[in-house]
Design a protein around this ligand. Structure first.
Ligand code: ADP
Length: 318
């Protein structure tokens, strides 16, 4: 294998650049060539490549976003699109591919592997909802970004005896919400994995009030409902007047934390080296602090569960 490609796909996450740099520099270290594919699978179909030499990946380790841009590609979901991508890759002498993205991107990666193109996944998403790895690239940064925002709110909430609902990202998974709740000492966390009873929540809020809590924070994962919907329900059911904050896209931005910069560097290097020794159809994971490979399918066939111990902490420590 002399020449490989790397792309970022799906939702972007802080640390993707560090992973791209690691793939490119590992190629250089091993006397191989690396190209970057622009705009995920869209660029793969169009043959939109840029050379990733030493200078091209200089100064990007701590930059948020991804220099290769990311995109969602409907064309790649068609066989015709995938065939076009493969033939462009073969024409360009590309012998392997690293895909940085979430489980959607890994479905595409698996199909390329099945068509005979050696392909390896690197999990990058702030949601951390990918089985086969303890953490995904960008998750730690998103937790820290949300933590900072929530701590500012806490200051104003405690000065005014207020109830705050903070909506964080997480359409299908509550990992971000749960870590933010534990890290901020929030009173309640509402996640898609667990049923929610507004009646029970109001009951708990009543107890908080009786215990003379100066302020109350609810961390809500966006997939359950919007913070404004929850505000209305709390008003209708319990007469509570909550303030609402939606953190939104700021959670995706910013420089990666040291944890994410290191994780992305390790994962990118491991992915490239795994390709060189003939691995394909697998994703890189960080399990118990070690780099491991597991089948790409795991990312969409296996559910990753929230830690009951962490959920218990929110209940016990509030
Ligand atoms: P993420 O990788 O963050 O989960 P998406 O689910 O949006 O993001 O997937 C990113 C891209 O991966 C899609 O736009 C599409 O090009 C490709 N993809 C997703 N699912 C499939 C699939 N079943 N078959 C082929 N390609 C897919």
């Amino acid at each position: 294998m002399k020449r490989i490609a790397v792309l970022s796909s799906g939702g972007d996450s802080p640390g993707m650049n560090a992973a791209i740099r690691a793939v490119a520099r590992t190629c250089l270290f091993n006397d191989k060539e690396c190209v970057g594919v622009m705009r995920g699978y869209e660029g793969l179909i169009d043959g939109d490549y840029i050379p990733l030499n030493r200078a091209a990946v200089g100064g990007i380790l701590h930059r948020g976003g991804t220099i290769l841009k990311t995109a969602r590609s409907e064309r790649f979901k068609t066989e015709e699109g995938r065939k076009a991508a493969l033939s462009k890759m073969r024409d360009a002498g590309l012998e392997g591919l690293v895909v940085i993205g979430g489980d959607g991107s890994f479905r595409g990666a698996k199909l390329l592997h099945d068509m005979g193109m050696p392909t390896i996944g690197v999990p990058g998403t702030i949601d951390n909802d990918v089985a086969g790895t303890d953490e995904t690239i960008g998750f730690d940064t998103a937790v820290n970004t949300a933590l900072e925002a929530v701590m500012r709110l806490r200051d104003t909430a405690s000065s005014h005896d207020r109830l705050f609902i903070v909506e964080v990202m997480g359409r299908n998974a509550g990992f971000l919400a749960l870590e933010v709740a534990v890290a901020t000492g929030a009173e309640y966390v509402v996640v898609p994995e667990l049923p929610l009873s507004i009646g029970n929540l109001c009951q708990k809020l009543r107890v908080s009030h009786e215990n003379k809590k100066s302020h109350t924070l609810i961390i809500l994962a966006e997939g359950v409902m919007t913070a404004n919907e929850m505000k209305d329900k709390l008003q209708d059911t319990g007469g509570y007047d909550a303030r609402v904050t939606v953190l939104g896209y700021i959670q995706r931005g910013g420089s990666p934390t040291s944890f994410d910069a290191i994780l992305a560097s390790r994962m990118g290097a491991y992915a490239a080296e795994s390709l060189f020794i003939g691995k394909s159809g697998v994703m890189v994971g960080n399990v118990n602090h070690r780099m491991v490979l597991s089948e790409l399918e795991r990312s969409w066939t296996e559910q990753k569960y929230l830690s009951p111990e962490m959920l218990g902490l929110v209940e016990k420590l509030n």
